[in-house]
Design a protein around this ligand. Structure first.
Ligand code: MTE
Ligand code: MO
Length: 373
């Protein structure tokens, strides 16, 4: 007797859940296209966020979190809808394995993102969980494209009505609320030290006591030169200048200090006091032309980055950190300290400062491949 009424209750519960689902779930095609749009937006905002190091860019991180959580709900609807097509082997076609892989990668990308925001990190070799999150997100691009190849439905058939628009709007709102909730939960879990970029203090991620200088040495991909001999090194200041300079280490000077935050896209940051020469002083010494628009900093390895000239003037070419000479790993003899820029733009082992009229789009490629022979 008791058993039967239990079963009745669970059936009623399931029916109620089904009704609720139908009330909030947008039509299937809309869910599918919303997933594609969210993934595209996540990849774009995720990549764009790598260029943001100032609070004025915080919006892109909020957008990324909100859309990510909305995507989680959409993927939930989708997986619930197609569950039978996956569990019944007979329903499989040649696109199904990739679809399953896509679902796994999507869930893993979402899970690592949320896990990171809630203070988690399980390093795998040199990779933080944030690196893993980025890798999974990028892996989604070919998977989604392949999926669209096999399961494409014209978006013209969407024909969204008011009800559908409301449902999608409600999902976005739910994503925003969920994002605020993760922020609050993170603070409650003691993670309030996370920057708006998602980066955490180095001490939370690394055993900094074992690292020289108190923060990790990281190079982007394969950039790993031999130590640069301070006595043989010269800094070249050239390009649109009255007089090219070739400065020895002792001529570069270290009359300035600057407190600045090094914030790596791997998800850590450190605030340090850097010592060196103001780039503006170098440009004045060489006599930078009025046509100058950009200043390009190039490493002995070829790795390089350019800054608009006004910003470059206030940057530091650092020879010291916390009163000591830079170690090799941190870019000795001199490295760029560009406040408000992300770590990968802080060129290490700088050997030339070039005043230029143009920016340098190739720098994006160069930073990725630098160090590969
Ligand atoms: N030449 C060169 N400069 C570089 C890199 C590199 O790979 N090569 N890595 C960048 C990255 S990704 C970061 S986060 C910072 C790390 O500086 P650190 O090793 O002193 O912590 O240096 C930047 N400067
Ligand atoms: Mo970095």
């Amino acid at each position: 007797m008791a058993k039967r009424s239990d079963r009745g209750a669970s059936t009623r519960l399931r029916a109620a859940a089904g009704r609720t689902l139908r009330r909030v779930e947008p039509p299937a095609r809309v869910v599918d296209w919303a997933i594609a749009a969210c993934v595209a937006l996540e990849v774009a905002s995720g990549l764009y966020s790598f260029t943001q190091g100032r609070p004025s860019g915080a919006w892109v991180f909020w957008l990324h979190s909100t859309v990510g959580l909305t995507l989680a709900a959409l993927v939930g609807f989708k997986l619930y809808r197609v569950r039978r097509r996956v569990t019944a082997r007979a329903a499989w076609d040649r696109f199904t394995p990739v679809s399953v892989l896509q679902a796994v990668v999507t869930l893993a990308a979402l899970a690592t993102g949320v896990f990171w925001v809630l203070g988690g990190n399980v390093p795998i070799l040199a990779w933080t969980t944030l690196n893993l999150h980025v890798g999974l997100g990028l892996l989604l691009v070919p998977l989604v494209l392949w999926h669209l190849r096999g399961r494409y439905h014209s978006p013209r058939a969407l024909d969204p009505d008011r009800r559908t628009a409301l449902k999608v709007g409600a999902l976005l709102l739910a994503g925003t609320v969920a994002w605020r909730a993760t922020e609050t939960a993170d603070r409650a879990l003691g993670g309030a030290t996370r920057r708006f970029t998602g980066s955490k203090p180095t001490g939370d991620l690394y055993d900094t006591a074992t690292e020289g200088g108190g923060f990790p040495v990281t190079s982007w991909v394969a950039d790993d030169p031999d130590p640069v001999d301070r006595d043989a090194w010269t800094l070249s200041v050239r390009g649109l200048v009255d007089e090219e300079l070739a400065l020895g280490y002792d001529e570069v000077g270290a009359d300035r200090t600057l407190e600045a935050t090094l914030d790596c896209t791997s998800g850590w940051y450190t605030v340090q006091e850097w010592g060196g020469v103001r780039v503006g002083d170098l440009l004045d010494a060489a006599g930078a032309s009025d046509d100058a628009r950009y200043v390009r900093f190039t490493s002995v390895t070829g790795y390089r980055w350019s800054l608009p000239v006004e910003e470059a003037r206030d940057a530091l070419l650092a020879t010291h950190v916390r009163g000591s000479r830079l170690s090799h790993g941190h870019g000795a003899p001199a490295r760029l300290v560009a406040p408000g820029r992300r770590g990968f733009q802080w060129v290490k082992w700088v050997e030339s400062v070039e005043v230029r009229e143009r920016g340098d789009p190739m720098q994006w490629l160069v930073t990725l491949v630098s160090g590969f022979d």
